[in-house]
Design a protein around this ligand. Structure first.
Ligand SMILES: [Fe+2]
Length: 325
């Protein structure tokens, strides 16, 4: 019996040592990725006057018939382009998927968007583990015909019948709408992550950032936006990964998000003080809209954001439109 325990302890120790070495080297690589990003000012992005974000998948919902889950999918409509930003989790691989169910409930069809942007290749953004492993994505249990939609991905990804555009560097989607290029980070358990966000230049207001999971970290997202644009940051909507006191995904009672995806070592999980430091960074930009996704942040972190931005904070709830004009 003692030998078995010693062998198990040895395996855990070897695994932990391997993960620690990989984490440290990944962090160094991510820093090099950041330093070598070839970011040029965007002078002619143009502007949009109108932007509407309809969360199709997120943790909270605005009514019972809509399904919430620990994933992200937002329909983003502007003057000249409609984007499906991420495609949800479909954790139980149900048919219809929560995304398809919610689209039907909200009267949204495949014709309501012409572009798909994937923030990063994680299961809660590409429709499940099966698709993440294959470096693809799916809105439903099976991959459906997406016609001639334009797809932007942060790493090379595929989709039957389509040729996704790799948007590692900032890539203009339409007048006033662009990706901000990928920012890399290393997670202790899940490994290397390259994530992109969207930026929408709202006329007379500034840059609205739409973020999937926030593995890039808020400070780097803000720095990237300020390197790219002359306009001030107007706001930020989406996931920023602040699971301080709880996680939306629990396995055997363990708060999974508190450890997986935080891009910090497990002995140093994110604290409410770290969240407040990020809030202070955002406050310095004097934003006009802030909306935090609950899919990867706990209620305490959301409350801290609401307290910090009482006049401008918007809820992210499936079916509840956030309109900016
Ligand atoms: Fe996420």
């Amino acid at each position: 019996m003692m030998i078995v325990i010693l062998i198990l302890l040895g395996i855990v120790l070897i695994l932990f040592t391997y993960l620690t070495i990989r984490f440290k080297s990944g962090k160094r690589k991510a820093e090099l990725h950041w330093q070598h990003s070839n970011i040029q000012k965007m002078h002619n992005l143009g502007t949009v006057q109108f932007c509407q974000i309809i969360p199709l998948i997120d943790w909270y919902t605005s009514r019972e018939a809509l399904k919430g889950e620990a994933g992200v999918s937002y329909l983003i409509e502007t003057d000249n382009v409609s984007i499906l930003f991420d495609v949800g989790f479909n954790m139980k691989q149900t048919d219809p998927s929560p995304l398809i169910n919610n689209m039907k409930q909200l009267g949204i069809t495949m014709d309501d968007f012409d572009t798909i942007v994937i923030s990063h290749n994680h299961l809660d953004h590409v429709g499940g583990m099966k698709w993440q492993r294959q470096r693809t994505f799916s809105l439903a249990n099976q991959q459906i015909d997406l016609g001639e939609k334009t797809v932007y991905t942060p790493i090379p990804m595929t989709y039957p019948g389509l040729s996704p555009i790799l948007s590692k560097n900032p890539t203009v989607i339409s007048e006033g709408v662009t990706t901000i290029g990928t920012i890399a980070n290393q997670d202790f358990y899940s490994g290397w992550i390259e994530e992109q966000a969207l930026a929408i230049n709202m006329k007379g207001k500034g840059i609205l950032l739409i973020v999937g999971c926030g593995h890039q970290t808020l400070p780097k997202i803000l720095m990237r936006a300020e390197s790219l644009f002359e306009e001030p940051i107007y706001g930020i909507i989406g996931g920023l990964h602040y699971p301080v006191t709880a996680s939306r995904i629990k396995i055997m009672g363990i708060n999974m998000q508190k450890y997986i995806g935080i891009c910090r070592p497990p002995w140093s999980p994110i604290t409410i003080d770290a969240v407040k430091e990020n809030i202070d960074l955002l406050k310095k930009r004097n934003p006009g809209v802030v909306a935090l996704s609950a899919h990867d942040s706990c209620d305490e972190s959301i409350a801290a954001f609401k307290n910090a931005f009482p006049a401008i904070y918007k809820e992210v709830k499936v079916g509840e439109r956030i309109v900016i004009q």
